[in-house]
Write a protein that binds this ligand. Structure first.
Ligand code: ZN
Length: 262
């Protein structure tokens, strides 16, 4: 069985500056995810912003099937060149899973082409996540809904692309709703966004949350990697229409898409 190469990227700053966050995630958000997602079919690595190459060297990126991304306070520190490389790799087939405050990351805004703005409230209210796509592989094993005792509230309007396929709607105790889980296809790559995961709550230890992210990893696994290109196509069928811009062409000659008459 070939294993899926998963790279979990975490900004990793809150764990260093906040005792609360370090208390909830002593091994970092990346460490909690790596432990929670561990399975025989996954080869998991982690990287953080303060690692060499900002945690994503060319060789790591080239050998990653699915990239998981958590960031919040240092989105602007992620190098534009690195974002360009990640974006290119997504278009070539790499899966991308963006969590929680990663909605404002450079890479998510690049793949969506949207501002990804939303409104929020941080009072530790309850969230109920409704499964509105029970047939989707990412929802496999998830019931009609599940609840998180505490989460940061994210609310509509969420500025995301119209082609997002919605999987979950989040409802918050204070009355707001949010498109909390959705997929996108970009180039040959598959993208999944999942809203829960504020750094001061133990969200990434929740079995339903880990099930959704684990399912998303398997769903986003590349079918293949292929460079995005725009090749000139040879005609499959004989073209009899005369090219008006080819002075040597006349009716009855066989015209090919590359302009030749063969
Ligand atoms: Zn948050």
């Amino acid at each position: 069985m070939s294993r899926i190469h998963v790279t979990i990227w975490n900004e990793g700053r809150h764990e260093k500056t906040s005792e609360v966050v370090a208390g909830v995630y002593p091994a970092g958000i990346h460490g909690a995810l790596a432990s929670g997602l561990a399975a025989d079919d996954l080869e998991i690595r982690t990287g953080t912003l303060d690692d060499p190459d900002q945690g994503l060297s060319d060789s790591v990126l080239q050998s990653t099937d699915v990239l998981i991304w958590w960031g919040h306070c240092a989105h602007q520190e992620v190098a534009d060149e690195l974002v360009r490389k990640i974006h290119k790799r997504v278009l070539e087939g790499m899966g991308l899973i963006v969590l929680h405050s990663g909605h404002f990351s450079k890479i998510f805004r690049a793949v969506t082409g949207c501002s990804c703005s939303l409104s929020w409230r941080e009072v530790g209210e309850k969230e109920r996540l409704w499964n509105i796509a029970p047939f989707h592989p990412i929802m496999n094993g998830i019931g009609r809904y599940f609840e998180l005792e505490h989460e940061e509230m994210y609310s509509e309007r969420f500025d995301i692309p119209g082609d997002a396929q919605l999987l979950m709607i989040g409802w918050f105790e204070g009355g707001n709703v949010f498109r909390s889980a959705f997929t996108l296809e970009r180039g040959y790559g598959k993208v999944f966004y999942f809203q829960p995961g504020h750094e001061t709550y133990a969200t990434f230890f929740n079995p339903d949350i880990l099930k959704v992210i684990g399912n998303a990893v398997r769903w986003a696994k590349p079918v293949f990697f292929r460079e995005m290109a725009a090749p000139c196509e040879e005609a499959i069928e004989v073209i009899r229409t005369v090219n008006p811009h080819d002075p040597s062409a006349s009716a009855g000659l066989l015209q090919n898409a590359d302009g030749s008459n063969r």
